[in-house]
Ligand binder design. Sequence first.
Ligand code: PMP
Length: 419
Amino acid sequence: MYSPRFILQGGKRMVTPWEHRFAQRTQRMKSSAIRELLKLTEDPEVISFAGGLPAPEVFPVEEILEAATKVLREQGSRALQYGSTEGYTPLREMIARHTSRYGIDVTADNILITSGSQQALDLLGKVFINHGDRILVEAPTYLGALQAWDIYGAEYVPVRSDNDGIVTDELEGALRTGPKFIYVLPNFQNPTGVTISYERRLKLVELADHYGVPIIEDDPYGQLRFEGEHIPPIEVLDSQKHHNGSCYTGNVIYLSTFSKILAPGLRLAWVVAPPEVIRKLVMAKQGADLHTATFNQMVAYEVGRGGFIDRHVELIRKVYRERRDVMLKALEENMPEGVEWTHPQGGLFLWVRLPEGMDTAELFKIAVSQKVAFVPGAPFFPKGGGENTMRLNFSNATPEKIEEGIARLAKAIKEMLVK
Ligand code: PMP
């Protein structure tokens, strides 16, 4: 095909549009459907349940100010210098101690600090995904992972999930397609708010082991449990099978982040993985950004080292629990018959299912005109489906706004039902 680098315009040589120059892989790049929708919700009159934003009221501004001042006063030149790709060692050691609390032996050699978990997802794509590789995912799953991996040419094998998480009875067929890895969100999943039960976690570990397929466990919300029993991370269950001294060498790569327990603007997260995986990710990260901001890492360490984050998480749980309760009550009071929703025990999101045949992308237009927004569910399904579903965020809006917003949403749904 003829693709000119220059075009003639009025006898002059003009540079062609940029489209001709982009690499082939960019053809698979899509702007996140959610980010596009969020633009429509910038109107301050709109009550938005669309984003995944923490409550700004719970950001520990004073503590971060104090820590930042201390870091600059006492170790200013170190904080402003380049650092190692693996991350700031005291922070990695703090995370290793934190992870070990759950009953898994890890050392700093198991930890890589990343610029958000989103970067960890991208780096994992970079080091694991060949064009055409299959990734086994929950349906629905986290949109940001699909966005990170599409560019590496990933294909997806979706497995249904219900109120106990991924349906492990349906896993074997998917595992027989030879996926490169399994990607799951164990706690209060984004988008559904659902948690994978203990029994299913065990089954997942057993099947992954049997088929020799690694698991990526993406757990940004695990600490935000409002009620019910803590369930051991999949990596912990796996480590009981693969116990090997003081360093984790098993089949699971675990991701978590400071975004939901401290502040997302710090862009700080971590990967827990066997050392050879960490080494490969380190090389990939060197090409991406050399290392995560030294200053931010030192501030997070300073904030966290005296146990502040543990106490702060208590406050976040309290605030989000109240907001979840307000949203559940408002749904109960306002929604017409035939509408169902999940009852998450933590996290930031719940998931609503409208009667079959209804389309939440259509509903979105009516809802925005009535000044309320949500995220239509279909983009969370990599192979289609879910047109009658939506994700609601309950962490960001105040209780009063949640009540008003759900009333508006119910009104929009009722209008669409009579059409
Ligand atoms: N994974 C999941 C499941 C998420 O929900 C998010 C953020 N909403 C991320 C990863 C990325 O988090 P961050 O980059 O802020 O650490």
